[in-house]
Design a protein. Structure first.
Length: 149
């Protein structure tokens, strides 16, 4: 499972002109579910992401977590994070989990963030053509891959 985490001042997801998810200060997460991923991989990310100390304290040091600042999180499913670009110029997405399996883990992850006490958790819509906007803060971007944690 892969997560691209961006520290944001705000972020939103629009589908067919309708805003379906939006947050203020916190994290915008692109979540990629690979074939064979399980709830165990999601739990690894859930134990880490809300508590990543990448928000500035009163001294301007990245010392506070999303949980510490009462930050919000927007999660967007992103199967293209599982792209294999090792051959040719056209990515292969066969490493991505099948839609039903990926959606189940995506929903599990979203519910896990809520259970972890995240102030607000917003989402896109699984499988939809989404327009994602964000105002990067820093910018700060962290990539987590459960194969390397």
């Amino acid at each position: 499972m892969k997560a691209v985490i961006q520290r944001v001042l705000s972020s939103n997801v629009v589908i067919n002109g309708e805003t379906v998810g939006e947050i203020e200060k916190g994290f915008m997460i692109l979540l990629g579910v690979a074939r064979g991923d399980t709830e165990e991989q999601a739990d690894i990310l859930l134990k880490k992401i809300p508590f990543l100390r990448v928000f500035e304290d009163e001294n301007g040091k990245m010392n506070l977590s999303c949980a510490d600042i009462g930050g919000e999180i927007l999660v967007v499913s992103q199967f293209t994070l599982c792209a294999d670009c090792s051959h040719g110029r056209r990515p292969s997405f066969t490493c991505a989990a099948p839609p039903q399996e990926a959606n189940a883990l995506y929903e599990y992850f979203v519910e896990g963030l809520k259970k972890a006490g995240v102030k607000k958790v917003a989402t896109g819509r699984f499988g939809a053509d989404m327009k994602v906007s964000l105002v990067n803060d820093g910018p700060v971007t962290i990539i987590l891959d459960t194969d390397n944690l």
